[in-house]
Design a binder for this molecule. Structure first.
Ligand SMILES: C[S@@+](CC[C@H](N)C(=O)[O-])C[C@H]1O[C@@H](n2cnc3c(N)ncnc32)[C@H](O)[C@@H]1O
Length: 302
């Protein structure tokens, strides 16, 4: 069976509705396929964003591979906690929360490409182009991985901007990975995250490496919004910290700058760019990939 968006399968539409595996693949629960093997299940998803080990030695062919850097994040103790992963994609961070002993994990994402904060010139290229860039719909990879991992994490379709304690409750730990740079209004998103965060907030974000190294204390942000990368605000590490502070969080700990490695599905996978700049980047971040920074924060009293 090919996973696709069948006509009249609105189960996954609408903000805040929990998405089941069957809804993600567009079949009713009694029709849900029994996969012969993890490899057969993985093949049901045409695009994997995350490299996830779903069975011993079996890894989804992701665009990015967070496995080598996951221990470098400033994790809080999540054991026994209610946790939220915002903008989960295939769920790598949600499953990591579970692996670390979270009592309950909710993951959230938008329903489809239409809800991205597209820069105007990209949206003007039309839905076909947006689908090509952002993929068909969210949740398919998450549900396949969830089943293979026997995970009890749930996936809700709710934009970060719409997070609200009346809708989703409050969480001991909230994680948000590599999303702020894609948002036109990251501070509004952070305010919404703060409204549902009762304990710790772990934020990871792409950062400008040069600005981070040259200006360690000065908060700077580069504005994009015009390139084809669907990115808006790219801070340096100090800027990432200050965005959280501006949204009412107090910083507890932070990581050094690290590179998120490319997965096998990334065009740059396996390439080792030569030259002084890539060499310096590798030294500064400890690897090849996209420069990131992680901050652990708590909601302040103000
Ligand atoms: C770059 S991926 C990061 C995936 C994952 N969090 C990680 O750290 O690897 C960004 C994710 O945020 C989701 N996203 C985009 N806009 C969103 C919004 N307004 N609310 C919630 N999620 C959003 C995308 O669908 C995608 O799954």
């Amino acid at each position: 069976m090919r996973i696709r968006d069948p006509p009249g399968a609105p189960v996954t539409r609408g903000v805040g509705r929990q998405q089941t595996y069957s809804a993600a693949v567009g079949v009713s629960s009694d029709q849900a396929p029994a996969y012969g093997s993890p490899q057969a299940a993985i093949a049901q998803n045409s695009l994997w964003y995350h490299s996830i080990e779903v069975a011993p030695g079996v890894v989804t062919p992701g665009v990015f591979d967070l496995r080598p850097i996951i221990a470098r994040l400033p994790w809080p103790d999540v054991r026994g906690r209610r946790c939220l992963d915002v903008g989960t994609y295939d769920g790598f961070l949600a499953f990591e929360l579970e692996r670390r002993g979270a009592a309950e994990v909710m993951a959230t994402d938008i329903a489809d490409h239409e809800q991205w904060d597209w820069p105007l010139h990209l949206r003007a290229r039309g839905p076909e182009y947006l689908r090509h860039v952002a993929g068909m719909k969210r949740g398919v990879g998450f549900e396949i991985a969830r089943r293979l991992l026997n995970s009890t994490a749930t996936l809700d379709e709710v934009s970060v901007y719409d997070l609200d304690p009346a809708r989703v409750g409050s969480f001991d730990v909230v994680v948000c990975g590599s999303l702020l740079l894609h948002l036109r209004d990251p501070l509004r998103a952070l305010a919404a995250i703060r409204s549902v965060c009762g304990g710790w907030f772990l934020s990871t974000n792409q950062v400008e490496l040069g600005l981070s190294v040259r200006h360690r204390r000065r908060a700077l942000v580069r504005l994009d919004g015009v390139s084809d990368l669907a990115q808006w605000w790219l801070p340096n590490a100090a800027g990432h910290r200050q965005m959280l502070q501006a949204a009412g969080f107090e910083i507890e700990r932070e990581s050094r700058i690290y590179s998120v490695p490319f997965g096998v599905a990334h065009l740059a996978h396996g390439r080792s760019p030569r030259g002084l700049a890539p060499l310096l980047a590798r030294v500064a971040t400890g690897g090849v990939g996209v420069p990131h920074h992680a901050v652990l924060a708590r909601p302040g009293t103000a």
